[in-house]
Ligand binder design. Structure first.
Ligand SMILES: NC(=O)C1=CN([C@@H]2O[C@H](COP(=O)(O)OP(=O)(O)OC[C@H]3O[C@@H](n4cnc5c(N)ncnc54)[C@H](O)[C@@H]3O)[C@@H](O)[C@H]2O)C=CC1
Ligand SMILES: O=C(CO)COP(=O)(O)O
Length: 317
């Protein structure tokens, strides 16, 4: 039986995709979709194509803008309008600072009748651009939409899994950026393998604590978008968030690091939102709190390490 007859999302034929956001990740995803022979148009605010031109006829709209661009871009897409059947995919890893909600929640609020799919995983774009294999996760309130996006992007070099916890998938990719800054500090100070293992393990505990408070499933954080992305970004100098931490450990001021950084380090804004949220709800996230103080220039990297090591002793849970 042809499974396409059962699904509102036919999978075997090339489709028209509009990618909004022409940064490195948007371009990499365009390449992956192009490899599958989909027709891809990229809209970026400095490009020649207008947004209505990019969106025309697209059955999948993928947002790859950085967090600060999500709200303005959602509004622009709303002004253009979308066909009811268009599936929205978001790959942004961040938190909205005013509403303290995720990018997919912003898209869903603006397009309540549309299927919104989150795509996140250990996906350092430079490695994927070199043709190296990678895996990722897609998740949605609408499982059929997630399966369709899985089929659209799956290839011999990009293995796509589905997951039924979109919030957990999105928060995994977002929260690990804060720990990637901490990991960069740890490596920049040459604190060793034991310290790094402790940092990542306790960091994952903090991700689960805050993520489950938000309503995500704990097990999602042990998957590709949680532990997987944590391992990738906390161990790779290709990660911009890791680079920020590494250079903070060399006592460089944040403004100077950001001046030379290629692309966006979302963990910086995420840290601020996260720590505010954790304080409001009395959720202990000591590592993220030290990252926040460090980013604000209130403590030195060595003081952050001391503060963490000298916390009250307690059970591991
Ligand atoms: N680069 C990577 O390896 C990965 C990145 N991500 C996430 O994807 C998102 C994008 O990342 P990158 O492409 O690396 O960042 P980038 O900094 O290279 O690109 C960001 C894009 O957003 C656009 N943008 C920002 N504000 C805008 C606005 N107001 N209106 C229109 N466009 C706006 C910029 O023009 C730029 O094209 C981030 O949230 C990042 O965490 C996720 C997985 C992998
Ligand atoms: O999220 C990423 C890989 O999955 C990219 O990490 P950075 O944003 O820290 O470069």
């Amino acid at each position: 039986m042809n499974s396409n007859l059962l699904s509102p999302f036919p999978s075997d034929t090339p489709i028209a995709i509009a990618i909004v956001g022409g940064g490195v990740w948007g371009q990499t995803l365009a390449q992956l979709a192009g490899d599958r022979h989909h027709q891809v148009k990229i809209w970026s605010r400095r490009g020649d194509l207008t947004l209505p031109e990019a969106l025309a006829g697209a059955s999948l709209v993928l947002s790859a803008v950085s967090m600060k661009g999500v709200k303005p871009v959602v509004e622009q897409v709303q002004a253009c309008g979308l066909e009811p059947s268009t599936v929205i995919v978001t790959v942004t890893k961040g938190l909205d600072p005013s509403d303290r909600i995720t990018p997919s929640q912003l898209w869903q609020q603006a397009f309540p009748q549309h299927s919104v799919v989150v795509l996140a995983g250990p996906n350092l774009s430079k490695e994927i651009n070199q043709g190296l294999p990678a895996a990722t996760t897609v998740a949605s309130q609408n499982p059929q939409a997630a399966q369709w996006v899985q089929q659209v992007f799956s290839s011999s070099r990009f293995r796509v899994y589905t997951n039924d916890d979109p919030l957990g998938v999105e928060l995994g990719g977002t929260l690990k950026n804060v720990l990637a800054i901490a990991a960069g500090v740890c490596d920049g100070l040459h604190l060793g393998t034991n310290a790094k293992a402790a940092l990542l393990t306790r960091g994952l505990t903090e991700m689960i604590r805050i993520g489950t408070h938000w309503g995500a499933k704990p097990e999602t954080f042990y998957g590709l978008s949680g532990l997987g992305d944590l391992l990738a970004t906390c161990n790779s100098p290709l990660s911009r968030n890791y680079q920020v931490g590494y250079q903070l450990a060399q006592e460089k001021p944040l403004w100077e690091i950001l001046d030379h950084l290629e692309g966006t380090a979302e963990g910086i804004n995420t840290t601020e939102v996260l720590v505010q949220l954790a304080q409001t709800h009395h959720i202990p996230i000591p590592i993220c709190t030290q990252v926040d103080l460090l980013l604000q220039g209130k403590i030195s990297p060595h003081q952050a390490v001391h503060a963490l090591m000298l916390r009250d002793i307690k059970p591991e849970s």
